[in-house]
Write a protein that binds this ligand. Structure first.
Ligand code: PGA
Length: 254
């Protein structure tokens, strides 16, 4: 990792836990990661649990955020969550375009772009996910797929806005499968994403953008992944549900 980029380790809790479980996990994460200075750390609880988790983490170095947000400001959008709501709960981050949102909620690169714009306008830090499916990797379409996701999902942002975006490369075949990309496979795509960003926003912004890796990151493989030149952190699913393993990954950063 480039020294100018502070690593970010984000725990995506997905649709797990309940009120008691989430507050307990937040307390334990705070206990284990509350003094970390070498990396930024955040957790992304399910929407109804954000407020309680936020109360635990408030004022600490452990940030928190949402797993998705609506591209709309407010109104008749049943089930959706607005940027204003997330901000009012103290969120700093929001995950956008996760492959599970793309798959189960039919999100497109275009909707990712709209949500990213909304997040940036409102002051939230978007963590924008891209990544190919197994069939796309097997047919040699990885770079093509990722290119479209980046070009459309982040297209037309101003360089100033882009400077606040965090990108995340998550090969779909590595999410929740226990099958991690090798460090070399990850680095190859991270380097490619940075090249795309350089073409879109210039070298300075591209070199400043953090690109996280996600997909079966665990304490046992985190050090090698995070040791790659263009891997600037991790988006952690399963392993973030245990404070011990999440903290183990945080320890590998920085
Ligand atoms: P995983 O999930 O760590 O369980 O593979 C990663 C993610 O989906 O963000």
């Amino acid at each position: 990792m480039d020294e100018r980029r502070k690593p970010l380790i984000a725990g995506n809790w997905k649709m797990n836990l309940d009120l008691a479980g989430a507050t307990a996990l937040a307390r334990e994460v705070l206990q284990r990661c509350g003094r970390v200075r070498t990396a930024d750390v955040c957790v992304l609880p399910p929407s109804p649990l954000i407020q309680a988790v936020g109360k635990v983490l408030e004022g600490s170095v452990v940030g928190f955020g949402g797993q998705d947000l609506s591209p709309e400001d407010e109104g008749a959008y049943t089930g959706d969550v607005s940027a204003k709501m997330l901000l009012s709960l103290g969120c700093q981050y929001v995950c956008i375009g996760h492959s599970e949102r793309r798959e189960y909620h039919l999100e497109t690169d275009e909707s990712v772009r709209a949500k990213t714009g909304r997040a940036l306008d409102s002051g939230l830090i978007p963590i924008v996910c891209v990544g190919e499916r197994l069939a796309e990797r097997d047919s040699g379409d990885t770079f093509h797929r990722v290119e479209r996701q980046v070009m459309v999902g982040l297209g037309g942002l101003s360089p100033e806005a882009m400077a606040r975006v965090v990108a995340a490369y998550e090969p779909v075949w590595a999410i929740g499968t226990g099958r991690t990309a090798t460090p070399a496979q990850a680095e190859e795509v991270h380097e490619y994403i940075r090249k795309l960003l350089a073409g879109m926003f210039g070298e300075v912004i591209a070199n400043r953008t953090r690109i996280l890796y996600g997909g079966s990151v665990k304490p046992g493989n985190a050090r090698e992944l995070l040791g790659q030149k263009d891997v600037d952190g991790a988006l952690v699913g399963g392993a973030s549900l245990s404070a011990e393993s999440f903290a183990g990954i945080v320890e590998c950063a920085g």
